[in-house]
Design a protein around this ligand. Structure first.
Ligand SMILES: *Cc1c(COP(=O)(O)O)cnc(C)c1O
Length: 457
């Protein structure tokens, strides 16, 4: 087979700024050793997130000019609603300014103290929005999904037996809805199988619990199903996506991922009463139901992006380019979550830095070194992002210590990725000189965004 090439040519370019290693050491120190606090202009290759960082197409930019900015009943809303309905088959489509706004509106209405929301793995904003209402966010990932070194096709699957046991234990009346995150972002960008979606739905149905998809990367998930699940090889990605959503009673979506835009999201559902409550809250916190915190032009770009993301040449290139990065790292002996996920490569910091314990944030140490060595920005997904404290103030670490290298959609070329590989190999070679970190400031919620660190002497 020939090289899988970027399925686009470049019409508009954006220069990136080179810095010296000495400069980067100073910049990082000033940012409290937290790459979230570095100016983006000081970053050479930005793999902080794939969220809102997509390159839009010429047609999306044309859509920006075409956008109808009418306050109510905008033409752009109807185009947006039509494509979302076509993909999801859901009845009520509520635009929001991003994914967490959809989560906030949903959980304000169904959450609250004494309630539980199961998921394969909650993404950090989902967890935060659930916990903010006093409800509890519960992760029921299958055991294989927790083992970074084990290769399996659908490591994002939920443990269906655990789900049923959990429902019996807590009582269906205390579980206002059950979610599946496709692909499982916090668990390594791993896909969820159609079989698992079907089984989770069946359990939910048995107990009368609504089933929602956190659908940020639905197209990437659908492509994995096409490639890996028997019976789907000859279906189109659109057909697969439609089947995935056919089991769902609702969905939240950050359009900043698989809708290939820089801002946007939606909440969708079939329950008219819940939709009414959500729209009422939307009006207070986001905007009128036909724009929901977005400009008409944004809705236009989302609609166009949702069409483009289902292009199988695009998805082939997308999934392959992430896999390429993973393959080269594995070949160099660098521990990553295998197989590679859809939108990111996750370095396994526990195996990368076995001598640095979770209390000293091995992931943060790698993130800092990648910046110093090559101006690459990555993000820690481990004890900084998900660690909690017990009553005595001791860290309760999450199961995995990871560093995420998220790949923005349609932004970097293969030579950028080759450079990233070279830098990671360099850092890995010198890992014995790396230090642990301590937190010197942290916010009470979502601390990873603003925490400050110092290397441990
Ligand atoms: C990004 C993301 C969200 C939140 O979306 P925002 O647009 O960042 O608010 C929710 N769930 C998952 C799985 C995500 O990746």
């Amino acid at each position: 087979m020939k090289t899988i090439i970027e399925p686009f040519k470049i019409k508009s370019v954006e220069p990136i700024r080179f810095t010296s290693k000495e400069e980067r050491i100073k910049i990082l120190k000033k940012a409290g050793c937290n790459p979230f606090l570095i100016h983006a202009d000081d970053v050479l290759i930005d793999l902080l997130t794939d969220s809102g960082t997509s390159a839009m197409s010429a047609k999306q930019w044309a859509g920006i000019m075409e956008g109808d900015e009418s306050y109510a009943g905008s033409r752009s809303f109807y185009r947006f609603e039509e494509i979302v309905k076509k993909i999801t088959g859901l009845e009520f489509i509520i635009p929001t300014h991003q994914g967490r706004a959809a989560e906030k509106i949903l959980f304000f209405n169904v959450g609250g103290a004494g309630k539980f929301i199961p998921n394969n793995t909650h993404f950090d904003t989902t967890r935060a929005n659930i916990e903010f209402t006093g409800a509890e966010a519960v992760d029921l990932l299958n055991e294989t999904g927790k083992k970074p070194e084990v290769k399996a096709d659908f490591k994002g699957d939920m443990d269906v037996e655990k789900l049923e046991a959990f429902i019996k234990e807590k009582g269906a009346e205390n579980i206002p809805l059950c979610m599946l995150t496709i692909t499982n972002n916090s668990g390594g960008g791993q896909p969820v199988s159609m079989k698992n979606i079907r089984e989770v739905k069946a359990v939910c149905k048995k107990y009368g619990i609504p089933f929602f998809l956190d659908a940020c990367r639905f197209a990437e998930n659908a492509y994995f199903i096409k490639k890996r699940e028997k019976g789907y090889e000859n279906k189109s990605v659109l057909q697969i996506a439609q089947e995935m959503f056919s089991y769902a009673d609702g969905a939240t979506m950050s359009a900043k991922k698989d809708a290939l835009v820089n801002i946007g999201g939606f909440l969708a559902m079939n329950d008219p009463d819940l939709a009414l409550k959500c729209r009422n809250l939307l009006i207070v916190t986001e905007g009128f139901p036909t724009y929901g915190g977005l400009a008409g032009r944004d809705l236009e770009a989302v609609a166009q992006g949702l069409e483009e993301v289902l292009d199988e040449h695009y998805l082939q290139y997308r999934i392959r380019s992430v896999e390429y990065l993973g393959e080269k790292l594995v070949a160099a002996g660098i521990p990553i979550i295998e197989p590679p996920g859809g939108h990111a490569i996750y370095l396994d910091a526990k195996r990368f830095l076995p001598d640095i314990p979770p209390e000293q944030f091995p992931g943060q140490s790698i993130v800092c070194q990648l910046y110093i060595e090559g101006g690459i920005r990555a993000v820690e997904i481990g004890s900084v992002m998900f660690g909690k404290y017990d009553k005595s103030g001791k860290l309760i670490p999450p199961p995995m210590e990871l560093v995420r290298l998220a790949i923005p959609r349609r932004v970097y070329t293969q030579s950028h990725i080759d450079y990233v590989i070279e830098v990671i190999i360099e850092v890995f070679k010198n890992k014995n000189s790396m230090k642990g970190y301590k937190i010197i400031y942290e916010a009470p919620m979502l601390r990873h965004f603003t925490a400050k660190f110092e290397p441990i002497k």
